[in-house]
Design a protein around this ligand. Structure first.
Ligand code: NIG
Ligand code: FE
Length: 403
């Protein structure tokens, strides 16, 4: 790929330090080999950089970084439309899970699926995210619950993301649910032991694990069990994430902070102690308004406290077949604003610089020298329109497609 200069652009600059955004008018972008070499006001563009370069006139269109969806369960087989009907009739997520549905239902359809089937099913979801502006995605395993099935999920995550032309972080969600056959305390212990002591090291050695995650919850795993997973991850230097405080407060965020986790995610029931611990450990709070909405949750994540303590807030779809069958990052941003009270600037930072931080990616999510060149072009005037329009109207195009 050779260098190209893009002229007469309006660049969206996002500021991770204070979650603000600004627009640089009459700006230029110089891209070379997938990397930004210059981004800023045309007046500051060094002449020596641009000599003899092909250039494209962007006619003052708005350019943003490619978005990052930093929490998804996009690889799975089947769906849970029947549970949607049950919930409409009054059953709760916890009732359904306790009756053997919920995550177990998706495990039944996913665990026996081949990599090819998982890729085929995941691809349309990833393409939908891409059409909405996503250029980087995190994908979790967690519906396999055996070594072989989790391995297939992680392989499918790599392959599907590659086919959808998305950068990917593959997260081994080792402690998501207990296999249905583990009915005794002894079997439970053996499962946790296998996940932490055998499967994680083996999957890591195969190069399939970019991060780990767990579901710390009454209907999930205890802090003692989650600690075992975190201990192995720390020993292997694998970045840590946690589903924390989604349905109740287990002080999961504070536990994750003890392990210097990248992020704690969901957080509706996050305590003041959890907020302070996250700040002290430089963690990112990943907000998932799609799950909040689908579960008809009433409790809001403590946005004001997160803001006050300057915990960066990322926004993500949580794309999954149970709590959030949502494949639009823009709708997730809209919901984060309407339900959680984020500003437009916070929502934009939430899918760019803060989402990158939630994944430990230091070269994506901003239009800056040395950063990933996957930028988006928007046929809109005001950046707020990115969040404001509902549906597929005004979808972005890739900057690299503008010739
Ligand atoms: O992020 N809470 C745990 N995991 C998912 C839901 C998975 C499912 O219901 O299939 C979540 O909400
Ligand atoms: Fe999730």
């Amino acid at each position: 790929m050779s260098a190209v200069l893009y002229r007469r652009a309006r660049l969206l600059s996002v500021s991770p330090a204070d979650s603000s955004v600004s627009v640089i008018n009459n700006a230029a972008l110089l891209l070379d080999d997938g990397v930004i070499r210059f981004a800023g006001s045309s007046a500051d563009l060094p002449r020596r950089l641009t000599r003899k370069l092909p250039s494209v006139d962007l006619k003052q269109q708005l350019i943003t970084p490619g978005f990052i969806d930093c929490h998804t369960h996009a690889v799975f087989a089947g769906n849970r439309a029947h549970e949607f009907a049950q919930r409409l009739a009054g059953a709760s997520y916890v009732d359904i899970a306790k009756a053997g549905g919920g995550i177990q239902s998706t495990v039944r359809s996913t665990a026996g699926s081949s990599v090819a089937t998982l890729v085929r099913d995941a691809l349309p979801r990833l393409l939908a995210l891409r059409a909405d502006g996503v250029r980087g995605v995190e994908i979790k395993s967690g519906y396999g619950l055996s070594f072989a099935a989790e391995k297939r999920m992680l392989l499918a995550a790599s392959a599907a993301a590659k086919q959808a032309n998305l950068r990917v972080q593959r997260t081994y969600l080792g402690l998501h649910a207990l296999p249905a056959e583990c009915k005794t305390p002894r079997a439970r212990k053996a499962f946790v032991h296998a996940v932490c002591g055998e499967w994680l090291p083996k999957l890591h050695a195969l190069g399939l694990v970019d991060a780990i995650d767990a579901f710390l919850e009454n209907i999930g795993f205890s802090s003692i069990e989650v600690r075992q997973l975190f201990d192995t991850a720390r020993r292997l230097r694998i970045p840590i994430k946690l589903h924390a405080e989604q349905l109740s407060n287990s002080e999961g965020a504070a536990l994750a902070a003890q392990y210097c986790a990248l992020s704690a995610d969901h957080l509706e029931y996050l305590s003041p102690r959890g907020v302070r611990a996250m700040r002290a450990a430089n963690m990112t709070a990943v907000l998932l308004p799609g799950a909040f909405y689908c579960l008809k949750e009433k409790k809001l994540p403590p946005i004001k406290a997160l803001r006050k303590h300057r915990v960066p807030m990322a926004v993500s779809t949580d794309l999954n077949p149970g709590t959030s069958p949502l494949s639009s990052i823009r709708l997730a941003m809209h919901m984060a604003c309407t339900f959680f009270g984020l500003s437009v600037a916070e929502a934009l930072c939430g899918v760019t610089c803060h989402a990158a931080k939630a994944l430990g990616w230091s070269d994506m999510g901003q239009l800056r020298e040395g950063f990933d060149a996957n930028a988006l072009v928007w046929a809109i005037d005001d950046p707020a329109e990115i969040v404001y329009w509902l549906g597929s109207l005004h979808a972005p195009v890739s900057l690299s497609d503008c010739a």
